[in-house]
Structures are given as structure tokens and as C-alpha cells.
Design a protein around this ligand. Structure first.
Ligand SMILES: Cc1cc2nc3c(=O)[nH]c(=O)nc-3n(C[C@H](O)[C@H](O)[C@H](O)COP(=O)(O)OP(=O)(O)OC[C@H]3O[C@@H](n4cnc5c(N)ncnc54)[C@H](O)[C@@H]3O)c2cc1C
Length: 421
């Protein structure tokens, strides 16, 4: 008889798990609380879906899943999608996108593959309870009840709750005896003093952003920084937001707006500008390096004002050095915690201590986990979807193979998807 596998959550990892379990002979049903599967996939990468990254680098992942590297390395995302008829292209930074340039085609490819394999989709079906009987799971939904040989829990984290992900499973899993690492918003803007950023709202600048606690530097990221009326944003800020959640108000962000120049080069450029713009208002001094409003804010941070003439304000080397200092170490205190509604992913979740290397629960046999529900999150750049597909394939394979594994047979796991070196 075919093994019955229920996948709870029709997001990225749930669809990957469902397709894989069906490919390995299981009769699969997806239970999704929203009216459609894959809502979040459609929003990823600003609608273009940065579905993976060309290289696996351990420093881009954080969390407690001990064999995450093995799981990630096992799946060649590009090949896996190609076998579904979806072709990818990779940009200069290694970020992988569907060739079509639209996230909808990623979801379509997954749904077409699932349909071809006979995977059943039950939408508007919120799961409210799980009960284990010998060799059988009973899954309770608001309006119906299902039974299965194995359950794959792919209900996501707590980020972007409008996509159906609000951490609703964590209390239940904790009650069953799983250890939960406290969920925190990650890949989100970092709140700071609104007085420092409000005047630059909507503007962007290329910078190196460093996270500090006291004089200790935690991490530096380079890229585009965006200003909002209350926060710093942009990819490099997103990649520091996990630290902001951890350290809160003890942390400061320092921006170096001229990261490609040495301190001597910065001073030389400022001297040059002082001469070229000698008769211009001070407020215009930095126009040509940055958008004017950003230049004005830098000058106010350095001198308390952007009034007067450039030559009058900058006639001493001390003044030039003060401006150079602000340009290369402009400090923004972290203020308050970001909320899940602003975050792209969740740091924390089911601890690696509670799962086996097969991503099966150590507490409840035949209950598997994948995706963001687990305590593993990645940086910006396709790393989170890479984890969603890889962990989904891994959990789907093992859930479908479960009976064989229990009888002592060791399967040759997912050879078709092995990364090419
Ligand atoms: C705006 C945005 C942009 C992003 N862009 C990128 C990107 O470009 N690249 C990248 O790598 N990552 C990106 N991410 C992160 C990435 O989308 C997630 O890490 C990934 O989707 C997680 O997959 P998942 O399957 O674990 O969870 P999800 O995709 O969140 O799916 C979980 C599903 O479970 C369902 N569910 C929850 N509870 C229940 C229940 N009780 N019963 C039934 N169903 C339930 C939810 O409705 C949801 O459909 C982005 C995230 C956001 C919010």
C-alpha cells in the first residue's frame, strides 16, 4: 500500500517536500490555511524570486541544525528546477532567478509538477492539532480530520504574518516536548533615531555598514543603504538585523559613506571640494558625492549646522578631519526592536537538539520538519529559499522512505539531485 504523507503548509519548503515524497511513491496531501498555496513565493525578490545562490558558504547561515550543510549541499537547486522545466539565470553576485524574471513561474512549475504526481492540495484548511497513534498520525483541521503514516510540518516561521506564517505551531510543538529557540525577526530594517534619518527618507547611498557593541565590531556589510523615516534599510542592513534583534539598544550602526577610499584620499577629496566650492553655501559642499539631502545631513552631524559658506567653515584641518570622521564613521544608535510584519525571515524556531539528521522529530517519530520552522536562517541573496527547497526535499524523501529505513535498509538519498562539482 502507498504510504500516506500529509504536508502541513503549502509554502516553498512544503511544496518541495510534497513533490519529493510523491516522487518516491507516497500519496501526498498538502494542507494549507490560505485560499492558495505559495503566497509568499510570489512576493519573494520583489516579485522576481531570488530562488537560490550559486555557492554554499557556511557564514551565510545561522542556527542550530547540525547537518544543514549536508542538506544544502545535497540539492542542486538549478538542476532540480530544470528537471521541472524551470530555467534559471545567475547574476554577477551569484543570486539565482528564474529566467522568466517572475516568481509566478516558480510557483507554477512547482504546482504543475505536484499535480502531475497526483499531489492533492487542500486550501482554506488550517491545521489546529496533531495526535499520534501507533504507526499513525491524526491531523485535525478546523473543518476536517486526516490520517497519515507520516506528517511533514512546513508551516514556516513568524515573519510576514500576512502570508499565513505567525508561529502558530510553536506552542503545540513545545507542549509535545520540542525545544524552541526564541523566534526573532530577521532580514528587516533596523530602527534608529528618527531625527537622524527622517530628512533622508527615500534616499539611498552606497556604504559599508558595521554593527558595533561599544567599541567591539560584530560584522561589516557593504552595499546599498536606504533611509526610511524611522530606520536604516537595504540588503546590507538586513544582513545585520539578526544582530540588532540579539543586542537591541546596546548596538550601534556605523556607516562609512566612502568605503573605497583610504582616510588620506578622503581628506584629499575634501580639500579639493573646499577649493572648488569655496564660494558655495556649505549645504552644497558634498553635492556631487551624494544626493544633496544626504550631504546636508552629514554636514549637520559633523558641525551641528549646514549654514554658511564652505570656505568659512572648512578653513582649518580640524574641521576637515571632523567631516572626514563623520563621512567614514557616521553613527546611528539602534532604537527598539523590529516587528515580524517588517521581517522577511525568522531567526530561531525548532532547535536542532529536537531533530534527527533526517529532520525527523526526536520526540514524535514520523513527524518531519522543513523550512523556516526550523532554527536555521540565511542572509539575503537566495539563501533562505535554498534552505526551503533543500530541507523540503530532504524531509520529503525521508518521510516517503520511512518504512524502508525502519526495516534497516539504507537508501541512496536523492542521487538525482546531487550537486555537480
Ligand atoms: C517579502 C519577502 C521576500 C522574500 N524574498 C526572498 C528571496 O528573494 N529569496 C530568498 O531566499 N528568500 C526570500 N524570502 C524568505 C523566504 O520566502 C522564506 O524563507 C521561505 O518562503 C520559507 O519557506 P517555508 O516553506 O518554510 O515557509 P512559507 O513559505 O512561509 O510557507 C509556510 C506555509 O504554511 C502555511 N501555514 C502556517 N500555519 C498553518 C496551519 N496551521 N495550517 C495550514 N497551513 C499553515 C502558511 O499559510 C504558508 O503558506 C522572502 C520573504 C518575504 C516575506
Amino acid at each position: 500500500m502507498r504510504k500516506r504523507v500529509i504536508v502541513i503548509g503549502g509554502g516553498a519548503s512544503g511544496l518541495a517536500a510534497a513533490v519529493t515524497a510523491a516522487e518516491h511513491g507516497a500519496a501526498v496531501t498538502i494542507l494549507e490555511r490560505l485560499p492558495r498555496v505559495g503566497k509568499k513565493i510570489l512576493l519573494t525578490g520583489n516579485g522576481r524570486c531570488n530562488l537560490g545562490h550559486s555557492g554554499y558558504e557556511v557564514q551565510h547561515y545561522h542556527g542550530s541544525i547540525a547537518n544543514a550543510e549536508t542538506i544544502l549541499r545535497r540539492l542542486d537547486t538549478e538542476l532540480w528546477f530544470r528537471l521541472m522545466g524551470l530555467y534559471c539565470r545567475t547574476d554577477a553576485e551569484g543570486r539565482r532567478y528564474p529566467m522568466s524574471g517572475t516568481a509566478a513561474s516558480v510557483l507554477d512549475a512547482l504546482r504543475m509538477r505536484a499535480a502531475a504526481l497526483g499531489v492533492e492540495e487542500c486550501c482554506d484548511c488550517k491545521v489546529t492539532g496533531l495526535a499520534a497513534y501507533p504507526g499513525l498520525w491524526q491531523v485535525q483541521c478546523e473543518q476536517a480530520q486526516f490520517t497519515a503514516d507520516a506528517v511533514i510540518l512546513a508551516a514556516g516561521g513568524s515573519a510576514a504574518p500576512h502570508c499565513g506564517t505567525d508561529g502558530n505551531f510553536l506552542p503545540m510543538l513545545q507542549a509535545l516536548g520540542h525545544r524552541i529557540v526564541k523566534p526573532q525577526p530577521s532580514l528587516c530594517p533596523i530602527l534608529t533615531d528618527p531625527i537622524r534619518v527622517r530628512a533622508m527618507k527615500g534616499l539611498r547611498v552606497h556604504a559599508a555598514a558595521s554593527a558595533y557593541v561599544g567599541s567591539r565590531i560584530l560584522k561589516t556589510e557593504r552595499g546599498e543603504v536606504q533611509f526610511t523615516d524611522t530606520a536604516l534599510s537595504g540588503i546590507c542592513i538586513f544582513n545585520l538585523s539578526r544582530l540588532a534583534a540579539e543586542h537591541g539598544k546596546a548596538m550601534t550602526i556605523s556607516l562609512n559613506l566612502l568605503p573605497d577610499w583610504t582616510p588620506e584620499q578622503v581628506l584629499a577629496v575634501l580639500r579639493e571640494l573646499r577649493d572648488v566650492r569655496a564660494d558655495a553655501p556649505l549645504a552644497d559642499l558634498l553635492t556631487g558625492l551624494f544626493p544633496k539631502r544626504i550631504g546636508e545631513c552629514v554636514l549637520k552631524a559633523a558641525f551641528g549646522t549646514a549654514q554658511g559658506k564652505s570656505s568659512e567653515c572648512l578653513h582649518t584641518d580640524t574641521a576637515l578631519q571632523a567631516l572626514a570622521q563623520t563621512l567614514t564613521d557616521w553613527q546611528f544608535p539602534v532604537q527598539g526592536r523590529a516587528i515580524f510584519a517588517q521581517a522577511q525571515v525568522t531567526a530561531g524556531g525548532i532547535s536542532g537538539e529536537s531533530v534527527t539528521p533526517l529532520l525527523e522529530s526526536k520526540v514524535c517519530p514520523r513527524l518531519y520538519f522543513c523550512g523556516e520552522l526550523l532554527d536555521l536562517d540565511g542572509d539575503c541573496g537566495g539563501y533562505n529559499l535554498d534552505w526551503a527547497w533543500s530541507s523540503g526535499v530532504w524531509a520529503g524523501f525521508h518521510a516517503a522512505q520511512d518504512g524502508i529505513r525502519r526495516s534497516g535498509y539504507v537508501p541512496n538519498t536523492g542521487k538525482a539531485y546531487k550537486k555537480q562539482r
